[in-house]
Design a protein around this ligand. Structure first.
Ligand code: PXP
Length: 253
């Protein structure tokens, strides 16, 4: 069975570019580029959802951006967040369709490693419940590890997002095959447990097709490479090119 994978476009790095010059000057008419406009352009290019991550340190997306992006598009919004009271409060105000819980430390360049759902189980339970009670679906950004998949199911998340960073950084064909195997095993287990299985981090125009060996995937979340490509071809075109590459995926083994 052939099925189109869904494309979630992460627009954080549109805000990274703006912050490079306009940190603390969001009210300036010169503060560009606009994440909200990028969300509109992403939809025109065929995006199925928009992802943003308001980090504790506000290095790219600001809280205000989240509301402006939500207002600018009718695409489902995937709000990535660390498990803090500050972010829970923002999510409850924002009302995104999904929250993706991610680990967050200040020093990392980007999200490194998946969330330890098994180890942090007790502190995650109230967050999951609060957000689900508000009608928000929960995704867990986890390493492709069966133990973490099972913990995500036990905590009643609707979705998992398998971390593809190790796959993307694998420096030999052999290491990459091992990562694909880990992703396959985790995806099969997630599917068995009734979870929606997504994937993201480090996916680009070159490596994306290698992930087609992984069954049961529903959505890819892709950011950096699309923003980078948009410098050359524009945002709508960069998204459309990725969308085209995503055709022809078969979710069955
Ligand atoms: N998924 C999650 C949970 C992320 O935190 C990120 C951004 O770091 C992405 C997907 C997108 O990754 P990239 O920008 O490498 O495409």
């Amino acid at each position: 069975m052939e099925m189109n994978l869904l494309l979630g476009v992460n627009i954080d790095h549109v805000a990274t570019l703006r912050q490079a010059r306009y940190t603390g000057m969001l009210d300036s008419p010169n503060a560009e580029p606009s994440p909200a406009t990028a969300a509109i352009d992403a939809k025109a290019g065929g995006a199925d959802s928009i992802t943003i991550h308001v980090r504790g340190d506000r290095r790219h997306m600001q809280e205000e951006d989240a509301y402006l992006v939500k207002k600018a598009t009718d695409l489902p919004l995937n709000f990535e967040m660390g498990n803090t009271q500050e972010m829970i409060d923002i999510a409850l105000k924002l009302q995104p369709e999904y929250v993706c819980l991610v680990p967050e430390t200040r020093e990392e360049v980007t999200t490194e490693g998946g969330l330890d759902v098994a180890g942090l189980y007790d502190s995650l339970v109230p967050t999951v419940k609060t957000l689900q009670d508000a009608g928000i679906k929960i995704s867990m950004f986890i390493d492709p590890d069966v133990y973490q998949v099972e913990a995500s199911s036990k905590i009643d998340a609707e979705m998992i997002e398998l971390h593809t960073g190790c796959f993307a950084n694998a420096d030999s064909g052999c290491a990459r095959d091992e990562e694909i195997d880990r992703l396959k095993i985790a995806s099969v287990r997630g599917h068995e447990l009734g979870l929606q299985v997504n994937a993201g981090h480090g996916i680009n125009y070159e490596n994306i097709k290698a992930l087609y060996e992984v069954p049961y995937l529903k959505e890819f979340n892709i950011g950096h490479t699309i923003v980078a490509r948009s410098v050359r071809v524009g945002f709508t075109q960069a998204v459309a090119e990725m969308r085209t590459l995503m055709e022809g995926y078969s979710p069955e083994l």
